[in-house]
Design a protein around this ligand. Structure first.
Ligand SMILES: Cc1cc2nc3c(=O)[nH]c(=O)nc-3n(C[C@H](O)[C@H](O)[C@H](O)COP(=O)(O)O)c2cc1C
Length: 261
């Protein structure tokens, strides 16, 4: 992409997303490393995602009232489809995936399940299975986001959840919703750790062999997979991806106020 276009894209994003500051698309690896790198004064220790297991006591929301850097993270949020080969430290991966414990879930059913794949051979086999998605194999970390639907049925058959003695009628499949919520946290946490992330779906025809390859039980539905690693130049993807073939819809098309229209 020409430099002018890139600047224009940054401007357009800033304008369309309604952020105050300028928004730089993360696509130049030289810029990426700066955009995606940790800053010294980022998250106070008490706000880190690496929380102890016994952290479920009622929280004082006052501690969350000060400004955090979510805005910065959102400015960097986009799917990256090329990765440098350097591995991600295990402890960093653990922090990223442990955000699943902070994901909302219907009735606190906690049906989300993650599978982390770092092994070269396995990632290669996944790449082969899924076809022409080189970035999937390149990324040093692959996180399968799954969900166990039965966790929801089991939870909503408990006494505090049943209505007239029966499980609720589900307005939408909350398990899929929760898988998406967990995926979003992973995407954001990866950026917070100074890495880039991408997301892809497993097509229906590849699902069985994919689950077989990774020994994923039948009761787990695979919602999506997330790649994590240092961003490389994926500008050749730009013309191909939906993000650049589809115009970003204006906020007014997406957000209604008080009444619908
Ligand atoms: C459920 C879901 C499935 C997706 N599947 C793929 C995929 O298979 N391959 C891919 O390159 N991108 C995939 N994407 C990424 C979208 O194309 C991308 O989010 C969209 O174009 C907007 O671009 P951005 O996320 O970079 O802003 C998927 C995103 C979602 C939410």
């Amino acid at each position: 992409m020409a430099e002018g276009d890139q600047a224009l894209d940054g401007f357009r994003l800033a304008f369309e997303d309604g952020f105050d500051g300028s928004v730089r698309a993360v696509r130049d690896p030289a810029v990426d490393s700066a955009l995606l790198s940790c800053t010294a004064d980022r998250v106070a220790e008490e706000d880190t995602l690496d929380t102890p297991v016994d952290d479920d006591a009622a929280v004082d929301h006052g501690t969350y009232s000060r400004a955090v850097e979510l805005r910065d993270i959102l400015q960097r949020r986009r799917m990256v489809r090329a990765y440098a080969p350097e591995p991600v430290d295990r402890v960093v991966i653990e922090r990223i995936v442990s955000t699943v414990r902070r994901a909302p879930s219907a009735g606190f059913s906690q049906g989300q399940r993650l599978l982390v794949v770092t092994d070269d051979g396995t990632r290669g086999a996944i790449g082969e299975l899924l076809g022409d998605r080189q970035w999937v194999t390149e990324a040093p970390v692959l996180i399968v986001v799954g969900v166990r639907e039965d966790d929801y049925h089991e939870r909503y058959r408990k006494p505090d959840k049943v209505i007239d003695g029966a499980e609720i009628e589900w307005p939408v499949p909350y398990w899929h919703f929760d898988a998406g919520a967990a995926a979003m946290l992973i995407l954001l946490a990866a950026i917070d750790e100074g890495y880039a992330a991408g997301l892809f779906g497993v097509f229906v025809e590849a699902m069985q062999p994919f689950k077989q390859l990774l020994n994923i039980p039948d009761e787990i539905a695979v919602a999506c997979c997330i790649t994590v690693g240092k961003a490389a130049d994926d500008s050749s993807w730009d013309a191909l991806t939906s993000r650049l073939t589809q115009a970003r819809k204006p906020v007014d098309d997406l957000v209604h106020w008080e009444r619908w229209g």
